[in-house]
Design a protein around this ligand. Structure first.
Ligand code: EPZ
Length: 433
């Protein structure tokens, strides 16, 4: 239960490299269940969520070892386990991504239903609808999905929901369909880069998939998949968070090792807010020399502005010269960060699925508490800009999805340090390295 201690006011500068994508790595790791040969994954970030999924997979008979050069070796050493343990899986919703691969490769799966979540309602009805369409027999028993299917059969499945496509729902159904008998057509599929990356990984294993990156994905089932060596894409959410950190501190920083095409809408919004954005082949530089212009932001499925940086945008816009509206069409209740930002002097009001942000001259440092992964990133960004000291408590939320964000921000000149729980009440104390 550590914290970050931040002294605000430093303008970020310099260059930092993005890590591999958490939301690509997790479904790809789960899909390694499908491989009949060893899998070597490169660029998998060192995160709590990755460690949790590795433990879930190990209990499912898939060895997941980090090599000295940082790669992740995955190999099925016991294909018989089919039950994911609640005590582990409940730590991380994306554990639910093992359902489709288990069902396809081992014909059985007993996976805990994901529990509640701070960002809002997280149903899995579309996951279950898609797997049932492939012929699976699914029952809910004692908080688990109990699934069985001696052989999955290709089908035409519409996965679009009232709030747009489902990212991990597409991952589960795609991962199951690659070993189904015959052809599967998924309409209303998610087009996020992380799904394209999963699809490319499955193709590297020998799967036959067309239409990745479009809302209609066609899969021709095969009998078996081999192994592969695969590098996951850079993390566009981490990259966007770092670019927004440059903007909120009125600095000039470069994030390298990213795919600019994955950030098109984010970069357009940064330009609209008055930042200077320079795009190179694999890096982006953001420069801001004053407060942002008020900008209305609507978080939407890809290629829209991602819901996973809605909170970070709100932190930036809290210092705009005027009023902005932030709307989240994916998770209409993803506003836990509003109250905490207001504690730092922001002036934000909830209005249903939106929040109205009235820009203020400055934020003032204080103690705030993280509630979920991306809200904690927003609080860090606010702390970087706030006058004085900010302590962000419960940063284990942040460590789930950002690889040493404190070190990266420190590289850019931020005054940020990780303090242990016992010293994080703001008094002096030893720094936990
Ligand atoms: C993925 O979650 C990401 N997680 C989330 O990132 C991200 O916020 C989200 O996609 C949206 O982009 C991973 O990839 C591990 P969805 P997921 O299913 O797949 C509704 C982070 O911070 N829905 O695409 O769970 C749902 O309620 C995390 O890294 C149904 O109605 O999200 C939501 O309104 C947070 N029925 C919308 O679809 C279903 O069966 C999109 O959800 C499934 C979803």
């Amino acid at each position: 239960m550590g914290s970050f201690r931040i002294i605000g006011g430093m303008r970020l500068s310099g260059t930092v490299r993005a890590s591999g994508s958490k939301n690509a790595a997790l479904p790809i790791m789960a899909a390694s269940i499908l491989a009949s040969e060893p899998v070597r994954l490169e660029g998998v970030p060192r995160l709590a969520d990755v460690d949790t999924l590795a433990l879930v997979l190990q209990e499912l008979g898939v060895a997941a070892e980090r090599t000295p050069d940082g790669n992740l070796l995955m190999e099925t050493i016991d294909p018989t386990p089919v039950r994911a343990r609640y005590g582990l899986a409940r730590r991380m919703r994306a554990s639910f991504c093992v359902l489709g691969p288990l069902l396809a490769r081992r014909a059985r799966a007993i996976v805990p239903l994901p529990g509640g979540c701070n960002i809002g309602d997280r149903p899995v009805d579309l996951h279950l609808k898609g797997l049932a369409a492939l012929g699976a027999d699914l029952r809910i028993e004692h908080g688990y999905v109990v699934a069985k299917a001696d052989r999955l059969t290709g089908a035409t499945i519409h996965l679009g929901g009232r709030r747009g496509p489902t990212v991990t729902g597409t991952a589960n159904v795609l991962s199951a369909a690659v070993l189904a008998e015959g052809t599967t057509t998924i309409t209303g599929a998610a087009v996020e880069p992380e799904i394209v990356d999963l699809g490319n990984f499955l193709r590297a294993l020998g799967a036959r998939i067309d239409g990745l990156g479009t809302h209609t994905i066609r899969i021709h089932g095969v009998g078996e998949l081999g192994g592969t060596s695969y590098r996951v894409i850079p993390d566009r959410i981490e990259a966007a968070t770092l670019l927004l950190a440059a903007a909120i501190t009125r600095g000039s920083a470069t994030v390298a090792g990213l795919i600019p095409a994955h950030l098109t809408e984010v970069l357009a919004a940064l330009r609209a807010a008055g930042a200077e954005v320079e795009v190179q082949a694999e890096s982006v530089t953001v420069t801001a020399d004053g407060p942002p212009r008020p900008t209305d932001i609507t978080a939407a499925p890809y290629p829209g502005v991602p819901t996973d940086i809605q909170a970070q945008w709100m932190a930036l816009l809290s210092l705009a010269r005027g009023r902005s509206t932030v709307t989240d069409r994916v998770f209409p209740n993803r506003f836990m960060h509003v109250a905490e930002l207001n504690r730092l002097g922001a002036c934000i009001q909830r209005r249903g699925a939106s929040a109205v942000v009235s820009g203020v001259e400055r934020l003032s440092g204080g103690s705030v508490t993280a509630s979920d992964l991306r809200a904690s990133a927003a609080l860090v960004l606010a702390g970087l800009a706030a006058a004085g000291q900010t302590i962000v408590h419960r940063i284990h939320h942040l460590d789930r999805g950002y690889e040493r964000l404190d070190r990266k921000l420190g590289q850019l000149g931020a005054e940020i340090e990780r303090v242990s729980a016992k010293t994080s009440c703001g008094n002096t104390g030893s720094l936990v390295q």
